[in-house]
Design a protein around this ligand. Structure first.
Ligand code: ZN
Length: 703
């Protein structure tokens, strides 16, 4: 493979990689579909054996582009950034295809191919991010006289790159660089060990019962799971574990208080000093916090929270703390009212003199049934998949004027459908793959994934492609699948992410669609879409009873709507507690004078609706922040909800203006992607800063 030459004069397709593809097309037997990057992928033809040769070749091209970038004398967009972006984008795109297949049609072979290449991809990322000469070249470009005249999206790409180089430690003096790498290494080890301990604590617990009376109230599939677990342990009776599909139904439905209590107490003590020896996360939490503070210090930040916010929409820890406490001042009184009401109901109707922590969920389910009198199962009969999908497309059309049209291309499973998204003027904006049903070998949950980003090179435009993945159940005996209302909401949510990816008008891949969007703003378009699952006009149009074809009755919708905000004060308070805990541990916490457990206790006293149980060791299994990406970022959930509630408010002001407001939201927010800071997108759309009033009003927390 030759070095990348004369990038300024290259057309979109004429890279060394593309030339290789061209020559291999002459010999069909040699074709590697992972290297065909100028069309929609041949997903049906990608084999595990293609992965290593493709990734090796594309890493080779990307390394060559890096080597060439070092030699550029006067860095410009065209001779520095464009060729690097081109090579990197192709490499990461091929890798995303592998990652996607690994998630949706997992086999031991594809998993092995993925794991074999993962270290190479990680090493490549490090090689790029730590490349001091590359950083210097980007700096020279940013300081060049031509830089201010670059398109704003291009300036944003360069600024993001400079920021990421710095946050990766590239600008540190040598001795600090070494320590920085050690700290990062140790943090990733601690994070993996933390997750391992939580997993072991969850998996190794069993509560065994012999008396069938303990099963009262439980759904049959939970009873079957418990029976099977006991059988595997060579015992009679039933064995309950702490995995969510068992733990949650037990807390919700088990009439047996001692069963709920046992599982609750085991759950809150997971991976703590109260749990079995050898998996106490307490010391790991302390070490992680200390090392994160050190990492932030090396980069010149006051604390880890400030480092985390450097790439987010929120600016300072103080701003986040103010936001969270302000929300708490509204949510807590409501949570306390809900709590008092629950206690009265539990005393009067359920015969419980005190509501213990293991009673809260169970009593809440009873209260909700008592008050609103409908079951999710009843609602589910009305949401047949084809009708819901048609309703979703209709909603999108009325908001943004774009159509979803069926299209064909090779797919990875017969369930998968492909749509092209077409603008009012007939322009094809992008494509969306939908893979809606659960099956073996497919990761659980629902998500949007980028397949490729929009990118322009000269005259050639690469349009964006998104994956929408869900895990719905199939319909029985040839009937269409029916979706629960929560699943309809999930579908709308993920479609919101897809629209962010597909309606972009940005020509630079690194800031097009969801790329480069701040973590705490990226849920705006998705949460916004959820609102349309609560509008009568929409629901009526997208419901058809699976047997009678009748739309959902208004009386049932009315009860669903009334139940929408059930216990919203208590759930919001719980979010606030975790957000505050996360932010304080990463900003103000002083390990010499304080302990994590004592901090958590104080925060509960400040914001929670009820005191915690004395053996609550929640921080020991707070995986979001100690083993996930949410450190000093847990507040993002509520932060984005403020944005989406505020935006939705604007849409409801005048139903006749829907298309006009939709067009503005599309052009000022969705089309902009990460090319402009999220706060500027927001201001351009609403003409002011975000305000939590809409969220509070929609949640019934203010009049
Ligand atoms: Zn989301």
């Amino acid at each position: 493979m030759g070095a990348v030459q004369n990038p300024r004069h290259r057309a979109f397709h004429a890279s060394t990689a593309a030339t290789d593809i061209f020559s291999s097309r002459m010999q069909p037997a040699m074709t590697n579909p992972l290297l065909e990057l100028d069309s929609l992928p041949r997903f049906d033809a990608i084999l595990p054996a293609h992965v290593t040769p493709a990734i090796d070749e594309l890493i080779g091209h990307a390394d060559a582009a890096m080597a060439h970038a070092e030699t550029v004398v006067l860095p410009t967009w065209d001779n520095l950034v464009a060729p690097l972006t081109y090579a990197n984008e192709r490499l990461w795109r091929a890798w995303r295809h592998v990652n996607h297949l690994q998630a949706v049609v997992n086999t031991p072979e594809i998993r092995q191919a993925f794991n074999e290449n993962l270290p190479k991809m990680t090493a490549f990322g490090t090689r790029f991010g730590q490349h001091a000469m590359l950083y210097a070249q980007y700096q020279r470009l940013a300081e060049s006289p031509a830089f201010p005249d670059l398109h704003p999206a291009r300036r944003q790409v360069v600024n993001h790159a400079l920021r990421d180089f710095r946050l990766g430690g590239v600008a540190l003096p040598e001795e600090k660089k070494l320590r920085f790498a050690q700290v990062r290494q140790e943090l990733s080890r601690l994070s993996a060990k933390f997750a391992e301990n939580v997993l072991d604590a969850t998996d190794n617990y069993t509560y065994h019962v012999e008396d069938a009376a303990a099963l009262d109230g439980l759904p049959p599939e939970v009873v079957a799971t418990a029976r099977e677990k006991a059988r595997q342990q060579g015992r009679t009776g039933w064995a309950f574990g702490l995995q969510m599909p068992v733990y949650l139904p037990v807390q919700m439905h088990a009439k047996d208080r001692s069963l709920r209590r046992a599982l609750y107490l085991a759950s809150i003590a997971r991976a703590s000093e109260l749990d079995a020896p050898g998996r106490d996360n307490g010391p790991l939490v302390d070490q992680t916090l200390a090392l994160r503070a050190e990492l932030a210090g090396l980069l010149g930040f006051d604390n880890f929270a400030s480092l985390s916010l450097a790439t987010k929409m929120a600016e300072t820890p103080a701003q986040v703390l103010d936001f969270v406490r302000n929300l708490a001042s509204h949510a807590r009184p409501m949570a306390q009212r809900e709590r008092a009401e629950l206690e009265a109901f539990a005393r009067g109707e359920l015969g419980l003199n005190t509501v213990e922590p293991w009673d809260v969920t169970w009593a809440s389910v009873k209260l909700k049934q008592d008050r609103y009198g409908f079951s999710p199962q009843e609602v589910k009969q009305y949401f047949t998949e084809p009708k819901v999908l048609a309703g979703l497309f209709g909603t999108i059309e009325s908001l943004y004027g774009v159509h979803f049209e069926s299209d064909t291309a090779p797919v990875w499973h017969e369930d998968v459908r492909l749509y092209r998204v077409v603008d009012a003027d007939g322009r094809v904006l992008g494509h969306c793959y939908m893979d809606l049903y659960a099956r073996e070998g497919k990761r659980s949950g629902a998500w949007m994934d980028i397949s490729r980003n929009r990118q322009r090179r000269g005259e050639a435009l690469q349009t964006p492609v998104a994956h929408l993945v869900c895990n719905f159940g199939r319909g029985a005996d040839g009937q269409p699948a029916t979706l629960g209302h929560d699943e309809v909401i999930t579908l709308f949510h993920e479609m919101g992410h897809c629209l962010h990816q597909l309606l972009t008008e940005v020509d630079e891949a690194d800031v097009a669609g969801v790329a480069g969007v701040e973590w705490d703003a990226v849920e705006l378009p998705s949460q916004f879409m959820e609102n349309f699952c609560w509008e009568w006009r929409n629901l009526e149009g997208m419901s058809a009873h699976v047997e009678t074809g009748a739309p959902i009755p208004f009386a049932l919708f009315d009860r669903m709507l009334a139940a929408k905000n059930f216990h919203i004060g208590m759930t919001t308070s719980r979010h606030i507690e975790f957000s505050l805990l996360d932010m304080l541990l990463h900003s103000e916490f002083d390990s010499a004078a304080d302990s994590v457990l004592a901090s958590h206790q104080r925060i509960r006293d400040e914001v929670a609706a009820a005191p915690a149980h004395e053996s609550d060791r929640f921080t020991r299994s707070f995986s979001h922040i100690f083993a996930g990406g949410y450190a000093a970022g847990y507040y993002s959930y509520k932060w984005a909800e403020v944005l989406s509630a505020d935006v939705y408010d604007a849409f409801t002001e005048d139903p006749n203006q829907l298309a006009t407001i939709g067009a503005r939201f599309r052009s000022e927010v969705l089309a902009r992607g990460g090319s402009r800071p999220a706060i500027e997108n927001f201001r351009a759309f609403l003409g002011r800063d975000p305000d939590m009033t809409a969220l509070l009003r929609q949640g019934g927390m203010v009049a």
